[in-house]
Design a protein around this ligand. Structure first.
Ligand code: ADP
Ligand code: ASP
Ligand code: MG
Length: 474
């Protein structure tokens, strides 16, 4: 009988330094005694941001930034390696792998600075370096513990489309490649350490899955291998009732449904990349969120059913990095294609529309996109509606970058009387001004837009209103 299969993903803080990697490797070594384990690793925390920032500088002609970063990454990874891998020969072999990755980085930075040009494709390769430095070290740490392991680049496993910076996996090809590459290793008792965050097109061009995408890598591989479970190891004890950095008394939720967790992820709960749960839905593979710094804690189980609390509010979330775009004017009443043209425009830009609201008089449509998409969206809309603006059918297309979306999430919430009333009453009493309310039909969330400055206050008010925090002591 084959052993059960688990995919485990370790995020940036869980591999942040040698001590963290050693702790993570202990978790894997323990699990690998009783089952087949595939590991997905992120870059050491902060590395991806630094890689991208240096790329930006190089593209502005800074010829020193890339080299300085490569040297600093060399020091950082060598220092960790020296603690994790004690055997000279093993360490030298890993060091050579790291040097290859670093040399590739240096060439890319030099080229970028020389041309003063940074294509999305080059940025993807630069962004991938952190994961590609981390995976060989992690494999070394496991071998040191006596668990046979080797690193594998996800470019060999995850086949994607060619949308650089946010590529989509192709499920069937990924399934074939992952099975062909990983199953024999697992059968031989090895633990493959896969680079998170990246994939490659059919013809081998490296792509990334979007920032924070290692969570998605884990579920893509979990689905491809038909894993029994996926565990996302991070720096908090699970999915919490709110972002603990914003609401200090947020509590860990023991069980939550795919829909609820997906809604939280979509509306900004950083603990999960927004697309994480997509691959596991068809086969209902359970996903656990657990704390690599406290592995004795059970964490949160995300599954098909989750645990019903009989309908009602389970958690809150917020997204700050958004902009409100509004388009309107007296003339848009009776112009039937305004909505169609607006959202065809956003779709062409691949700008994710996070929330839509239309005033009842139909004079104004407003919607939210992520901040990096805001300017391009407004420019494209001004082009699309140039005639209508000239003839004053549309009199304004504006953007407000100082807003946030707050979402109240729970299964069957719309069917639970009073949740919307309670939400808006509590906010009204606390004088939180609502800029727009979503008109979505989701049963699982109520979302609204507030001034960015009021976001934290709104979260705390609602967290208290719905009794989501820790019960008072005593
Ligand atoms: P990793 O590096 O492991 O991928 P991330 O920083 O991407 O970790 O995600 C974990 C962080 O997500 C937590 O440290 C926490 O600050 C934040 N977070 C935001 N909302 C939530 C939530 N509802 N539950 C848990 N964590 C949350
Ligand atoms: N290292 C990547 C990032 O920082 C992917 C991840 O951590 O999930 O975006
Ligand atoms: Mg993350």
């Amino acid at each position: 009988m084959t052993q059960p299969l688990q995919v485990m993903k370790f995020g940036g803080t869980s591999v942040g330094d040698a001590t963290c990697i050693a702790r993570a490797a202990q978790i894997v070594a323990g699990a690998a005694k009783g089952m087949r384990v595939v590991v997905v690793v992120s870059a050491m925390s902060g590395v991806t941001n630094r890689l991208i920032e240096a790329a930006r500088r190089a593209s502005e002609g800074d010829t020193a930034a890339g080299g300085a970063l490569v040297e600093s990454l060399r020091q950082q990874h060598r220092a960790a390696l020296a603690v994790l891998v004690l055997g000279e020969t093993a360490r030298a072999a890993i060091d050579r792998e790291l040097e290859e990755v670093l040399a590739e980085g240096k060439r890319l930075y030099d080229g970028t600075a020389m041309l003063r040009e940074l294509t999305l494709r080059t940025l993807d390769i630069i962004s991938s370096l952190g994961e590609r430095l981390c995976a060989p070290m992690f494999a070394g740490a496991l071998n040191q513990l006596g668990t046979k392991s080797r690193s594998i680049e996800a470019t060999e496993l995850i086949v994607t489309d060619s949308y650089h910076g946010g590529a989509e996996p192709r499920a069937e090809e990924t399934r074939q490649r992952s099975a062909a590459q990983l199953l024999p290793l697992l059968a031989a008792g090895e633990v493959p350490i896969v680079t998170g965050f990246i994939g490659a097109t059919q013809d081998g061009k490296l792509t990334t899955l979007g920032r924070g995408g290692s969570d998605y890598s884990a579920t893509i591989l979990g689905a491809a291998l038909n894993a029994d479970e996926i565990i996302i190891w991070t720096d908090v004890e699970g999915v919490l009732t709110a972002d603990p950095r914003l609401v200090p008394d947020a509590r860990t939720i023991p069980e939550i449904s795919y829909r609820e967790a997906a809604e939280l992820a979509y509306f900004g709960a950083k603990v999960l990349h927004p697309k994480t749960l997509r691959p596991v839905l068809p086969e209902s593979i359970p996903v656990w969120i657990r704390n690599s710094f406290a592995p004795e804690k059970p964490g949160t189980k995300i599954s098909q059913k989750g645990k019903s609390i009989g309908g009602g509010v389970k958690a809150l979330t917020a997204i700050r990095d958004v902009a409100l775009i509004s388009l309107g004017g007296p003339g848009i009443v009776g112009v039937p294609d305004v909505i169609g043209r607006t959202f065809t425009t956003t779709a062409e830009l691949r700008a994710d529309v996070l929330l839509i609201s239309q005033s009842s008089s139909q004079n104004d449509i407003c919607f939210l996109v992520s901040k990096p998409h805001a300017h391009a969206t407004v420019d494209a809309l001004r082009k699309e509606f140039a005639q209508d603006l000239a003839h004053e059918v549309v009199d304004h297309i504006t953007v407000d970058p100082n807003v946030a979306i707050v979402a109240v999430v729970g299964e069957n919430m719309r069917g639970t009387p009073g949740v919307a009333g309670k939400t808006f009453n509590a906010l009204g009493q606390e004088k939180v001004n609502l800029i727009a309310i979503a008109q979505g039909s989701s049963e699982t969330n109520i979302s609204f837009v507030v001034d960015e400055k009021s976001m934290q206050h709104a979260l705390r008010v609602l967290h208290k209103e719905f009794g989501l925090g820790h019960p008072p002591a005593g």
